[in-house]
Design a protein around this ligand. Structure first.
Ligand code: KIV
Length: 283
């Protein structure tokens, strides 16, 4: 039997049965295809593409049009996972109508199934409006990279009673607003566990310990394709950067030495045809 497309209901059932949910980012056709073939439940076309694919310092610079360009490519490669489009900075903060319109573009133009946006209680009315318009929303609390300047840097959130309590209130407000799932980023494991026990929707952790309903990582971190840093919560399952570097240097050396291309990489022409051509050219 062929694999079925993952739905929001499947995720809800997984939480109820205590089955872990798997999620990764992807940014283009090959990463979409690879993540799909690995049998991952959810693909996030994350705004992290600003950093790991486009080379920006942070996630703030990426635009709606850039996100949609990458979403379309992922959708061509990934047919089974639930596809989540990450709403970029300033595509949903200015006003609710604009937020709904931009969320709709991820489904209509980008080929995504649902959207994700950052923020807790402050974003609950916007989440509700997008959900009421018929677009499922995934929340994202804790370390929210789009507002990293406000948070004072990439640092763990919710370490004391007041901030941990605020995170729990954020999660409950998002659930009330209608999210189908919540990302918990860089928060202490015990706080993530308390949130996971208190909300009916699946929580997906990144740097939030083992007691979330699922886990997500940035694919470039997992395979070692990002050159600048590896966050503490990442486990690198491969390190492809040196492998690719080695292959590229070998290619360079073989072009210079004449070893590449060999006869097996070219298209032969019969001696007869070559002679006829030379005669035609008067040589
Ligand atoms: O953009 C992204 O990759 C994310 C994940 C870190 C959850 O938001």
């Amino acid at each position: 039997m062929g694999r079925k497309k993952v739905t929001i209901l499947d995720l809800k059932r997984k939480k109820e049965k205590g089955e872990p949910i798997t999620m990764l980012t992807a940014y283009d056709y090959p990463t979409g295809l690879l993540v799909d073939q690995a049998g991952i439940d959810i693909i996030l076309v994350g705004d992290s593409l600003a950093m790991v694919v486009l080379g920006h310092e942070n996630t703030v610079a990426v635009t709606m049009d850039e996100m949609l360009h990458h979403c379309k490519a992922v959708a061509r490669g990934a047919k089974h996972p639930l596809l989540v489009g990450d709403m970029p900075f300033m595509s949903y903060q200015v006003d609710v109508k604009e937020a709904i319109r931009n969320a709709g573009r991820f489904l209509k133009e980008g080929g995504m199934d649902v959207v994700k946006l950052e923020g807790g209680r402050d974003m609950a009315p916007t989440v509700k409006a997008i959900v009421d318009a018929g677009i499922p929303v995934m929340g994202h609390i804790g370390l929210t990279p789009q507002t990293v300047s406000k948070l004072g840097g990439y640092r763990v959130q919710g370490k004391d009673v007041a901030t941990a309590k605020a995170l729990i209130d954020d999660a409950l407000a998002l659930e009330e607003a209608g999210v189908f799932s919540i990302i918990l980023e860089a928060i202490p494991g015990p706080v993530a566990k308390l949130i996971t026990e208190r909300v009916s929707v699946p929580t997906i952790g990144i740097g939030a310990g083992p007691d979330c309903d699922g886990q997500v990582l940035v694919i470039h971190d997992l395979i070692g394709l990002f050159d600048r840093f590896v966050p503490k919560f990442v486990k690198q399952y491969a390190n492809v950067f040196p492998l690719i570097t080695e292959a590229l240097e070998k290619y360079r050396d073989e072009v210079i030495s004449g070893e590449f291309p060999g006869p097996e990489h070219g298209y032969p022409m019969s001696e007869e045809a070559l002679q006829a051509l030379l005669e035609e050219l008067g040589e």
